[in-house]
Design a protein around this ligand. Structure first.
Ligand SMILES: [Zn+2]
Ligand SMILES: [Zn+2]
Length: 177
C-alpha cells in the first residue's frame, strides 16, 4: 500500500463545491485521504511577458519548496496559462515519483475553443488532469491504454477521449491497491 495524504492547494479562486468534486474524484482514484487548502502566491514573478504565460517549471519548483512535505503528495491548482520552454502550453506537470504537481484550469473551458460553456465537462477535464499529474507523482509514466487517465494528451480533445480512471496495469504499478 502506498498510503499518503494528498493535499490539493487552491491558488486559483476556485469555488468550494468545484474543489470538493475534484477531491472526491481524487480520493476515489488513489484511496488516500484528500485535503483541500487555500494557498496564496504572488504569480507576477512567474509571468513571462514575451509569451504572456506563466512558467510552469518555476511554479512547480516553488510549490514543491514552499507547500509540499515528504510524507504527502501536493497538487497546486491554478487558473493561469502555463508553459514550459519546450511546449506551447501545458495543462499540468508533476515530478515523477515526487511529492508535487501542478495543474491549471486555464485551457479546459469550452469558451476558449469557441463552444458554449459547459461546467460539467470543465470539471471532468480538470479532474482528469489532476488525477493524471498525481499519477506521475505516484510514479506512473504515460500509458498506452486509450481509456486510461495516464494516457498522454496534447489537446483538450485528448483529455475528452480518455477515461477518468487509472487502468488495471497503472493501478498495479502505482502500488496503491
Ligand atoms: Zn503526463
Ligand atoms: Zn494505464
Amino acid at each position: 500500500m502506498n498510503q499518503q495524504q494528498i493535499f490539493l492547494i487552491s491558488f486559483g479562486y476556485f469555488q468550494k463545491d468545484f474543489l470538493d468534486k475534484i477531491a472526491e474524484d481524487v480520493r476515489r482514484e488513489f484511496l488516500n485521504p484528500v485535503n483541500i487548502r487555500e494557498g496564496h502566491l504572488d504569480l507576477s514573478g512567474f509571468y513571462d511577458p514575451a509569451r504572456r504565460q506563466y512558467n510552469g517549471n518555476s511554479m512547480l519548483k516553488h510549490v514543491d519548496a514552499n507547500f509540499s512535505s515528504d510524507d504527502s503528495k501536493t497538487m497546486g491548482l491554478f487558473s493561469v496559462d502555463l508553459f514550459i520552454p519546450i511546449l506551447t502550453y501545458i495543462f499540468g506537470q508533476a515530478f515523477l515519483k515526487g511529492r508535487t504537481g501542478i495543474a491549471s484550469l486555464y485551457r479546459l473551458n469550452n469558451e476558449r475553443y469557441g463552444m458554449t460553456r459547459d461546467e460539467k465537462s470543465m470539471l471532468e477535464r480538470f479532474s482528469k488532469v489532476v488525477t493524471h499529474e498525481l499519477g506521475h507523482a505516484f510514479g506512473l509514466v504515460h500509458c498506452h491504454n486509450p481509456v486510461c487517465v495516464m494516457r498522454s494528451g496534447t489537446y483538450v480533445e485528448d483529455i475528452d477521449q480518455k477515461g477518468q480512471h487509472l487502468c488495471e496495469l497503472c493501478r498495479e504499478l502505482s502500488g496503491i491497491y
